[in-house]
Ligand binder design. Structure first.
Ligand SMILES: *Cc1c(COP(=O)(O)O)cnc(C)c1O
Length: 340
């Protein structure tokens, strides 16, 4: 175990021992390789550098209250990466290879898995980049898969907290038939300016996107899906331009077991006024409760509850965190145990 103050780590890069790599050459993926280098050497004409041929994932390994190490919904991340590969013309990375790479990466960096008490976890960042040289626009013929691990601090250092968000009407993250449903770097390049302008004043936690076509419906926050709660119902947008969050998918299942109704459908902006609670969800925070959403260009503002996380957000958060850390039964079989 490393002597690190786990509880005060930010959500940032902290150096670890090893990363796992795999190369696609001559039409096939090679063997997994363990590597201690943190740099990669690629051709200056690689497609990832010019045409954004890059997809990534984000998942966590948790040390449980029982000392065991669990990775949450590994198979879902493997599947989503394959879908992202399809979306930007990259060869699919095999499911079993993905799972093996993630488990290996956790095992080789085991002294960086934070303690249960700290609330921190080991974040895993797999990615695939086009490394083949091209000048014309065309998919690469060579690719690199890589996964690294880095310990990240608890998202809510001062306890579970609600934050204000802001709707951005000036920029779109993704088009209705674009790449919003894929976890690709290009979507983030497209969102950086909106993010910086909306959030770097320090007033808001994150920018919030409406559908690009009509600017009428709620899409999602910069890197997290949206859900609202009213009348014991969990409501989350259906849209062709949002990323299918695994956290959101899990919360929908948990909501039903907690006795809520679940609706996945278009959510018009005006409906925000009717929600009792609202939250953003994703791997980093699980749930980030939303205290308020401002729409500065129309002057509208929607407030949820009394500025504190609502009771449903609290219940959903506790249940999901509990499953991830072994204090709640894993009734859906979501965890993969790692021998360390
Ligand atoms: C990764 C991501 C999410 C959250 O997905 P999880 O699988 O829950 O971590 C939400 N929105 C976007 C745009 C993302 O890239």
């Amino acid at each position: 175990m490393q002597n690190i103050d786990w509880g005060s780590l930010p959500f940032g890069y902290y150096p670890t021992n090893y990363n796992i790599r795999c190369y696609y050459r001559n039409g096939e993926w090679g063997e997994l390789e363990c590597c201690s280098e943190t740099t990669i050497n690629i051709h200056m004409a690689a497609t990832c550098l010019h045409y954004g041929q890059e997809a990534f994932e984000g998942l966590k390994a948790h040390r449980g209250a029982d000392g065991k190490v669990r990775i949450f919904r590994l198979d879902e991340n493997a599947k989503r990466l394959q879908s992202s590969c399809d979306g930007i013309c990259m060869p699919r990375f095999p499911m079993e290879k993905f799972e093996e790479a993630i488990i290996k990466c956790v095992q080789l960096n085991k002294e960086f898995i934070p303690t249960y008490e700290s609330g921190a976890s080991l974040y895993l960042r797999p990615l695939i980049i086009g490394t083949g040289a091209r000048v014309g626009v065309k998919p690469a013929d060579e690719y690199l898969f890589l996964v690294f691990a880095t310990p990240v601090g608890p998202y809510f250092k001062g306890g579970f907290m609600a934050n204000p968000y802001v709707i951005t009407r000036k920029y779109d993250r993704s088009a209705p038939l674009g790449t919003g449903v894929y976890k690709v770097g290009g979507n983030y390049a497209a969102s950086l300016r909106a993010h910086v302008e909306a959030c770097h004043g320090g007033q808001y936690a994150c920018e919030f996107y409406l559908d690009a076509k009509e600017k009428k419906y709620i899409d999602e926050a910069g890197a997290a899906n949206f859900f609202g709660v009213k009348n014991n119902t969990y409501i989350t947008p259906q849209s062709t331009s949002i990323l299918p969050s695994i956290t959101n998918k899990s919360l929908m299942q948990i909501a039903e077991t907690l006795g809520m109704k679940v609706e996945r459908r278009p959510v018009a902006e005006e409906e925000l006024a009717t929600f009792e609670e609202a939250g953003a969800c994703g791997t980093a925070a699980v749930i980030s409760p939303i205290s308020r959403i401002d729409d500065p260009e129309t002057g509208k503002s929607y407030t949820f509850g009394d500025g504190k996380p609502g009771p449903w957000c609290e219940k959903l958060y506790k249940k999901l965190r509990g499953i991830q850390t072994g204090t709640e039964p894993d009734e859906f079989g979501w965890n993969t145990f790692v021998e360390i």
